[in-house]
Design a protein around this ligand. Structure first.
Ligand code: FAD
Length: 261
């Protein structure tokens, strides 16, 4: 199987994340950057499929600034075979639609692809839209929010879990599958894996290399834009409930007032 995993470098959720004052885009330099945790799980799913299907190859694809190579190296050190990095300053501020179009173009440079794996959302943008958009552009079925994933022959089956319930979805390959945070526990890169990753091929593509016109991407051409932003208010102390024999009723009344029950 030829498996592609879409991976994104995101600000570490433990760092304070903020938008740039000028154009309200994510201030990537203000935070530590990591491979998105759900994407580690997508890589793990790809590696498990590779191990179960001799002759398979796992390619990670990312669109991101220069330092996204660190996220690529992490995926390669886990065991992915090679990587493609779409990196071009003109991509700055691209919206979800532009990102999906660009990623689809990159996937189009990789020959026959059987399975495109992604996270069901990214922890920074959180639109949760890219996998379905990529599938639509490539005219492939989209099986999203996978809690379980199996491939038998040319058939892929997922257990889709969302707040609305559980659905079993099946389709023929090629397909796009997005995985959720419960699908697996990603492996830690071994020392051998880290050393091997240094020698694995990473192809860096500019917009021109990927056949993308600069007018199709970037903040100036984005379909969505942030016009103003306010920092999150600091957490308040909360409400203390004194139990005088009626603590349960007071908590229930509080939850009702917050529309939580
Ligand atoms: C150079 C550059 C500058 C950017 N600047 C900004 C900015 O200033 N402000 C801003 O809001 N956004 C910016 N982006 C981010 C870009 O707009 C988002 O990646 C895009 O909108 C995806 O939305 P999301 O994170 O909500 O994806 P979701 O739909 O939540 O992600 C779902 C899954 O799709 C895949 N995916 C998503 N994005 C990528 C990616 N880039 N590469 C590979 N796989 C991916 C991952 O598997 C992810 O788990 C920039 C991107 C680049 C490359």
């Amino acid at each position: 199987m030829n498996i592609v995993v879409l991976v994104k470098q995101v600000p570490d959720t433990y760092s304070e994340r903020k938008l740039s004052d000028g154009d309200h885009t994510l201030d990537r330099d203000a935070t530590d950057a990591v491979l998105d945790e759900i994407n580690e799980r997508a890589v793990e799913s790809a590696l498990q499929l590779k191990e179960a299907n001799d002759g398979s190859e796992v390619t990670v694809v990312t669109m991101g600034p220069d330092r996204a190579t660190d996220a690529i190296r992490k995926a390669l050190s886990m065991g992915a075979d090679k990587a493609v990095h779409l990196s071009d300053s003109a991509l700055h501020g691209s919206c979800a639609v532009q990102t999906a179009k660009a990623l689809a173009k990159v996937i189009g440079t990789l020959g026959e692809v059987d399975l495109v794996l992604a996270g069901n959302e990214a922890s920074d943008g959180r639109s949760g839209a890219i996998p379905a958009m990529v599938a639509d552009i490539l005219d492939l079925p989209a099986l999203t929010h996978a809690r379980e994933l199996t491939v038998e022959g040319s058939t892929v089956t997922v257990r889709r879990e969302t707040d609305d319930g559980v659905t079993i979805l099946t389709t023929e390959l090629p397909a796009v599958v997005s995985v959720n945070e419960k699908i697996n526990e990603p492996r830690y890169p071994s020392f051998k894996g880290i050393m091997a990753a240094k020698k694995k091929p990473v192809t860096t593509l500019s917009l021109a290399d990927a056949g993308i016109d600069a007018s199709e991407v970037g903040l100036a051409n984005a379909l969505t834009s942030v016009t103003s932003a306010q920092p999150k208010p600091p957490k308040s102390a909360g409400e203390k409930v004194e139990d005088e024999g009626d603590g349960g009723a007071k908590i229930a009344a509080f939850l009702v007032s917050q529309k939580l029950i």
